[in-house]
Design a protein around this ligand. Structure first.
Ligand code: UT7
Length: 341
């Protein structure tokens, strides 16, 4: 099939986890929690946390490098036209982290910007990157999701400390004139509900707090989440978004071979599959080994499932995510014949 506008297709995939693996037992030794609670309530058995001195750009550079290698591209100017980094944990409040990542990868003076949509960030980044390609503004874009949540977790808060992990995943999106090519993003659905912004929030550090006359409280720099309310909204919003997207793309739910949902909680993934009428075993799960890695979650799950041979060329893949903002999004594609690095 040919069309007037180019389409955007995934042509490379890379991932990186920092070496420090933290087990539930290690957390139970210093927090009022147990391996049993964490495993049964979340499905998480271990996560990776970056060591002090390692920041989000360090993980993003590793994952970006691997995605470029997977796509057969050099670390050189001209390889990509833009770098988009989805993250909740930028190296600094200002400037964005993507320009540093582009520079360290040797990609030249390309367009580079961050996307802040918390756990939906990677799908928001895919949406903007693919829009640039479809509009003819870019031929190839490196899209990265990278997080170091260990730097924003309150070590005394058992409700968040046991859940979040660090990591990075990246894809190369490339223009193609063949809209039927495997890997082409067939459709995107995005949404938000800012009325519920308080459910997932770092209260301090921004202009809202800095505009107040009172001194900020130190704990306001930490990530907070109202888990139960977020759980319910996650299942509803990912369900609605997935349904709306598949209607537009023209797929039946039963045709979805792999549901790659944001890895927030294995119970959320199972409820979502049940609600959509997709058999549970079609839900990709790697949260047991990485925890909730927010913007890195979807590309890490893709890399894991692709490396395991679960995702095969031509299979129908539904990506869906939900997170702070609140934000959510879904993307549909048939899986490309690529080797993840
Ligand atoms: O990434 C963005 C999207 N994020 C999500 O979608 C996360 C969604 N939320 C969740 O996954 C779940 O709500 C959590 C895993 C965060 C919590 O699970 P829950 O089943 O909703 O538990 P809960 O918050 O209702 O707490 C149940 C009990 C409470 O004790 P009481 O009040 O019943 O005595 C908590 O204090 O479990 C307690 N609890 C813990 N106990 C042991 C909370 N955290 C822990 C813990 N260890 N780490």
């Amino acid at each position: 099939m040919t069309s007037h506008h180019p389409s955007a297709a995934i042509t490379g995939l890379g991932s990186y986890l920092p070496p420090g693996r933290v087990t539930n037992e290690e957390l139970a030794a210093r927090l009022d929690t147990t391996d049993e609670w964490i495993t049964t309530r979340t499905g998480i058995r271990s996560r990776h946390w970056a060591s002090p001195g390692t920041s989000t750009s360090d993980l993003a550079v590793e994952a970006g490098h691997r995605a470029l290698k997977s796509a057969g591209l050099e670390l050189a100017p001209g390889s990509v036209d833009a770098v988009v980094l989805a993250t909740t944990t930028p190296d600094h409040p200002c400037p964005a982290t993507a320009p540093e990542v582009a520079a360290r990868l040797g990609l030249g003076n390309v367009a580079a910007y961050d996307i802040a949509a918390v756990c939906s960030g990677f799908l928001y980044a895919l949406a903007t990157a693919s829009a640039q390609i479809i509009a003819g503004q870019a031929e190839r874009v490196l899209v990265i999701g990278a997080e170091t949540y260990s730097t924003i977790l309150n070590p005394a808060d058992r409700t968040t400390s046991v859940i979040f992990g660090d990591g990075a995943g990246a894809v190369v999106l490339s223009a193609t004139r063949d809209s039927g090519q495997d890997g082409v993003l067939l459709g995107v659905d995005l949404g938000s509900d800012g009325a519920n912004r308080d459910l997932i929030c770092i209260p301090g550090g921004g202009s809202r707090q800095r505009s107040q006359p009172a001194d900020p409280a130190p704990e306001d720099q930490f990530f907070t989440m109202q888990g139960k309310k977020v759980f319910a909204a996650a299942v509803t919003r990912m369900g609605e978004s997935s349904t709306a997207l598949l209607e537009r793309v023209g797929w039946e739910m039963g045709q979805v071979d792999h549901l790659v949902g944001h890895q927030a909680n294995v119970r959320i993934l199972k409820s979502l599959a049940r609600q959509l009428g997709i058999p549970e075993e079609r839900a990709v799960v790697n949260i047991d080994r990485v925890g909730n890695t927010s913007a890195a979650s979807i590309p890490l799950a893709l890399a894991d499932a692709a490396a395991a041979g679960t995702l095969t060329a031509g299979s129908r893949v539904l990506l869906t995510a939900f997170g702070g903002g609140l934000t959510w999004g879904s993307v549909a594609l048939t899986w490309p014949d690529i080797a993840p690095c």
